[in-house]
Design a protein around this ligand. Structure first.
Ligand SMILES: Cc1cc2nc3c(=O)[nH]c(=O)nc-3n(C[C@H](O)[C@H](O)[C@H](O)COP(=O)(O)OP(=O)(O)OC[C@H]3O[C@@H](n4cnc5c(N)ncnc54)[C@H](O)[C@@H]3O)c2cc1C
Length: 292
């Protein structure tokens, strides 16, 4: 039985993924499945495993380029309220993987718990952001993580503790199909002090990113001790354009997808930048973005 027939209430066939991603580009998924509860989610995982259906998890699509061709198998989004709960207990906050990072930050500041406030302005879900270890020089999310509950492809649940996790530059070893929830250990501080730090971080981040009305996306990890954006700018690639995809003039490590941009244009632009930076500076940039 096809996935759609097994889960008709929560599955859409040949669903365009563009509206579910930040850049609003890319082709359709063979099936988009949106479980509302953990039980439904586990049933979908088990079904896909048994039927050998490839499954991908979509968060907010802020670190993702969806190619123009149809995506075989299933793409999953966590949409029910169960997947966005946030609960505080003492110095810890447990946030479900499908909730918005911003809601978590606002919750932490209100609760007077510090450690996450400098991530303000980074968009994504909690699960996607922890998997990608978001942050910058002022701090990264992984350093506050205490435990992560994940689901394997057979729907078995495992709680991974801090000492079993590895976080690197915009990366982690969380490669299980689903991050169900994340527990953060934070530091009690006055909400006013956290708010002040949050405002400062917001101003700095906004000054170094594409403008809010532009569909911009970060391209590369910073090589050790260097800035990917500075290397790209020094290689003379500011405002370089392929089709409607253009390197931002506010930060060389962002591409802007102007209306009409295809995933093909963006991927060509990324390859061009990699080649030029390698020729110019001898540095091989590593792509930060996921490509489906
Ligand atoms: C304008 C702009 C500015 C940005 N600035 C920064 C910055 O300053 N610092 C920074 O670090 N990042 C930055 N980013 C990157 C981006 O915001 C993050 O990587 C984002 O948090 C990813 O979360 P997401 O939910 O959008 O994940 P997606 O992009 O949807 O997915 C990313 C990966 O996570 C996986 N995933 C998503 N949800 C789950 C889940 N529940 N369980 C398991 N796997 C999951 C996906 O399968 C995929 O592999 C920026 C992005 C943009 C567009």
């Amino acid at each position: 039985m096809p996935l759609f027939d097994a889960f008709p209430d929560i599955t859409k066939r040949r669903e365009p993924l563009a509206p579910y991603t930040h850049l609003r580009i890319g082709g359709p998924a063979e099936c988009l499945v949106q479980p509302r509860t953990t039980d439904e989610l586990k049933a979908v995982l088990r079904y896909c495993k048994t039927k050998d259906i490839p499954l991908r998890m979509l968060g907010g699509g802020f670190n993702l380029i969806v190619k123009d061709d149809p995506i075989p198998g299933a793409v999953m989004r966590l949409i029910g309220p169960e997947f966005s709960t946030i609960v505080t207990q003492g110095k810890t906050i447990r946030a479900a993987g499908g909730g918005q990072l911003f809601d978590l930050l606002a919750h932490a500041v209100q609760a007077g718990l510090g450690g996450l406030e400098t991530l303000v302005g980074i968009r994504g879900t909690v699960g996607g952001s922890v998997r990608c270890n978001v942050g910058d020089r002022s701090g990264e999310i992984g350093s506050s993580v205490r435990r992560v509950a994940v689901l394997h492809d057979d729907a078995s649940e495992l709680v991974r503790t801090r000492d079993e996790l590895t976080f690197g530059e915009h990366t982690s070893d969380l490669d299980e199909p689903v991050i169900l929830w994340v527990e953060f250990e934070l530091t009690p501080e006055k909400p006013q002090a956290l708010l002040k730090r949050m405002r400062r971080a917001w101003i700095i981040r906004k000054a170094t990113e594409p403008l809010s009305f532009q569909a911009g996306i970060r391209l590369f990890r910073d090589p050790t001790g260097q800035s990917a954006g500075a290397l790209i700018e020094r290689a003379g690639l500011t405002k370089f354009r392929i089709g409607s995809a253009e390197i931002s003039d506010r930060n060389g490590n962002y591409a802007i997808a102007h209306p009409g941009t295809t995933a093909k244009d963006l991927l060509k632009l990324i390859e061009h930048v990699r080649t030029k930076v390698k020729d110019f500076a001898g540095v091989v940039l590593e792509r930060e973005l996921n490509v489906w």
